[in-house]
Design a protein around this ligand. Structure first.
Ligand code: PLP
Length: 285
């Protein structure tokens, strides 16, 4: 059996799945999304992702497409129909289908699409060292909303790829790193503090993995400081890493071609990588 997508009430072969040309997601990027990891068939951090989806929808005044309880059942059914063991489930909600007009349509149900992707999460947990470039953060003023409008992220990620790097760290007008294009950015400074951009000023997406790492750091008696840090501070840091749902904790060993610390994954980063792996294993026990 091939891949199956859920599209507005129907389960359809992935290759035939389609939305209407006047879906507002297609016309205006008027929608939001979530990517949740699936490990040994189970949803990881389901509540955190559902809560962030709820926040994104509320911020944009988009109605839930189905009741929250039904939403959870649909996700499980999509995972079951795809026989997904390890990977991720992508959920997208848009403001629905309506004649193209900037104003919100009235009485139109929001659209819901779900797809899955198989991924070897155990390998991704290995924390392969990565390199990043820095780029100006040209996004809109609300990257805290997990909007499907990802063009600046795509442009920056493409530039990173062309430079042989995994990720691009976006830099604000004050020279401080906001976050990656699909991950949060962290450094470990000379004092051994974990520094990551604060999430209370709408400058970043408050990553679910970011939040998990903050909890893990606390249990490991590591100090986390949420504040902006500059590119220079990152280059002078002992360690750097990035976090996301499917990359977990990835060491960043070079920024714009310059080594961070000794240019190899640091001990704090490796420790957090082990802890996030243990957390994942505990979630499916
Ligand atoms: N920042 C951005 C811009 C993202 O797109 C993502 C994930 O897609 C993240 C951070 C990491 O968030 P999470 O840990 O919830 O995957």
């Amino acid at each position: 059996m091939g891949r199956v997508a859920y599209v507005n009430g129907s389960y359809v072969p992935h290759s035939e799945a389609a939305v209407h040309i006047e879906d507002r997601g297609y016309q205006f990027a008027d929608g939001v999304y979530e990517v949740t990891a699936v490990y040994q068939g189970k949803l990881i951090d389901e509540q955190g992702h559902a809560a962030r989806l709820d926040r994104s929808l509320r911020e944009l005044q988009i109605a839930w497409p189905v009741k929250r309880r039904v939403f959870g059942l649909l996700m499980r059914e999509v995972i079951r129909r795809n026989r997904l063991t390890n990977g991720s489930i992508y959920v997208q909600v848009t403001r629905g289908v309506a004649p193209r007009n900037h104003n919100f349509p009235k009485g139109v149900p929001s659209s819901l699409v779900m797809t899955t992707t198989a991924k070897d999460l155990d390998t991704l947990l290995g924390g392969e060292p990565t390199q990043v470039i820095t780029v100006p953060d040209i996004r809109w003023g609300r990257p805290d909303i997990k909007s499907i409008a990802l063009l600046p992220n795509c442009l920056a990620k493409q530039k990173a790829g062309e430079a042989g790097c995994y990720e691009a760290w976006q830099v604000d007008k004050d020279g401080c790193v906001t976050e990656g294009t699909l991950s949060n950015a962290w450094i470990v400074n000379a004092a051994g503090e974990l520094v990551t951009r604060n999430a209370d000023e709408n400058a970043i997406l408050n990553g679910i993995t970011r939040q998990a790492v903050m909890e893990l750091a606390q249990t490991a008696s590591l100090r986390v400081v949420e504040r902006p840090f500059s590119v220079d501070e990152a280059l002078a840091a002992r360690e750097a890493f990035l976090t996301s749902t499917t990359s977990f904790v990835k060491p960043v060993v070079r920024i714009d071609g310059k080594p961070v610390g000794d240019g190899a994954p640091g001990s704090v980063t490796r420790q957090l990588g082990v802890l996030i792996g243990e957390r994942l294993a505990a979630a499916v026990r």
